[in-house]
Design a protein around this ligand. Structure first.
Ligand SMILES: NC(=O)c1ccc[n+]([C@@H]2O[C@H](COP(=O)([O-])OP(=O)(O)OC[C@H]3O[C@@H](n4cnc5c(N)ncnc54)[C@H](OP(=O)(O)O)[C@@H]3O)[C@@H](O)[C@H]2O)c1
Length: 365
């Protein structure tokens, strides 16, 4: 029998990280926890590498680098939110590791560079929408794909057009109707910037042009995304909203794990609705598509300005309704740059400074 796969989990104390540990724990013959990182949280897990602290502080980065490039490590799960996950993702890919990626911001910032570093191996997506598209594409040729359709629950405010978005509280924004997730991604789901980031993520993961990827509102969150083929067929992946399923798919690929989630009755999947996205009320997807089409440092500016604006909102320094206009203003002010890694990192720094200078926010991750 082959030995279990050695897995390193970046962000093991978070929502995705904890669910990944659960999948590993329930399959000891297949998976072994080789290493983990946590921020302020602590872990009682036994692993070869056990790293705690914040990216960019102390020797955290050097220890993470040593873990993800360790010859005994087979697969790295990336679940630290935001731009700070880019460095360890690139290190793992350059060392030839399999990468299961939850942190969409990494592909938004530097998708072309990340996919180049991944080469033929590609990236195993953990985002449920991208896992759905990945599964629909297994055994298919990309030339036969007409369109990708990313579904969105609409977040907490889609069904409430009467709400004044400037008056929305942090508590309301964190009250997602379908998914229980970390704070940053939950706010992104409320502004629908999450879908903008996912559109760019899908473009890089699957090499599909931006104008052939659309977003639709699907309040039930049962259809996790769809692929339309040139002959008019649609394929979709369905299931209850439970991130342990896409995590299990990413860890076990190309196999499937028996009972990764509790069985679902087909009747629980009925009553499915699909609505068109209102881009006037929620312009994030349009902003993201435009930034990705412009290319160079623009997607990194979109990502960094959004991160800073979200943390400013969570800190009480910015109204909810100002998050997306802040991103838009940063993109308008950005002079532009090329797409090399130093230029992307400089664009990221520029955007953070720009947003902080305007709002004087104090980042509290
Ligand atoms: N949650 C979901 O269902 C979901 C679905 C799809 C995609 N994603 C993506 O997955 C990523 C993680 O999301 P999440 O919901 O799991 O986030 P989360 O619950 O906030 O967890 C984040 C993890 O990263 C660690 N971390 C935070 N800041 C850090 C820093 N500066 N340096 C080092 N480690 C740090 C945290 O440590 P401490 O908590 O110990 O501080 C925690 O372990 C995000 O990019 C998100 O967009 C999440």
């Amino acid at each position: 029998m082959t030995r279990p796969i050695n897995i390193a989990v970046l962000g093991a104390t978070g929502s995705i990280g904890r669910q990944t540990l659960d999948v590993i724990d329930r399959n000891p013959a297949r998976f072994k926890l080789f290493g983990l990182t946590g921020g302020v949280g602590s872990s009682d897990r036994k692993a070869e590498h056990d790293i705690h602290g914040r990216a960019g502080e102390g020797d955290f980065d050097a220890r993470v680098e040593a873990m993800v490039t360790d010859p005994r490590c087979d697969l790295v799960v990336v679940a630290i939110p935001g731009a700070r996950a880019l460095g360890p993702t690139m290190s793992a890919l350059r060392a030839g590791k399999e990468v299961a990626l939850a942190t969409k911001e990494v592909l938004v910032m530097a998708g072309a560079l990340v996919m180049k570093a991944a080469g033929e191996r590609g990236i195993r997506p953990i985002d449920s929408e991208h896992s759905a598209i990945w599964q629909c594409l297994w055994g298919e040729e990309l030339k036969n794909v007409r369109r990708l359709v990313i579904t969105s629950s609409g977040g907490p405010f889609w069904a409430h057009p009467e709400l004044d978005l400037d008056q929305v509280t942090v508590e309301q924004a964190l009250n997602h109707p379908r998914w229980s997730m970390g704070r940053k991604v939950t706010v992104d789901s409320a502004t629908l910037m999450n879908k903008g980031l996912e559109l760019i993520e899908a473009h890089h993961l699957y090499g599909i042009p931006l104008d052939r990827i659309s977003v639709c509102i699907h309040p039930q969150s049962v259809v996790h995304s769809l692929v339309e083929f040139v002959d008019g067929s649609f394929k979709a992946q369905l299931g209850r909203p439970d991130m342990r399923l896409p995590i299990a798919v990413a860890l076990a690929y190309p196999d499937r794990l028996p009972d990764a989630v509790p069985p679902t009755s087909i009747h629980e999947l009925s009553g499915l609705e699909f609505q068109e996205l209102d881009e006037d009320r929620f312009p994030s997807v349009r902003l993201a598509r435009d930034a990705a089409a412009t290319g160079g440092g623009h997607p990194a500016v979109l990502n960094a300005a959004n991160e800073e604006a979200v943390y400013a909102f969570l800190a009480g320094d910015l109204p909810f309704g100002a998050i997306i206009p802040t991103v838009e203003r940063a993109l308008e002010a950005f002079p532009g740059c090329g797409g090399s890694l130093p230029e992307i990192l400089e664009a990221d720094r520029w955007a953070r400074a720009e947003v902080k200078a305007k709002f004087g926010s104090v980042r509290r991750a």
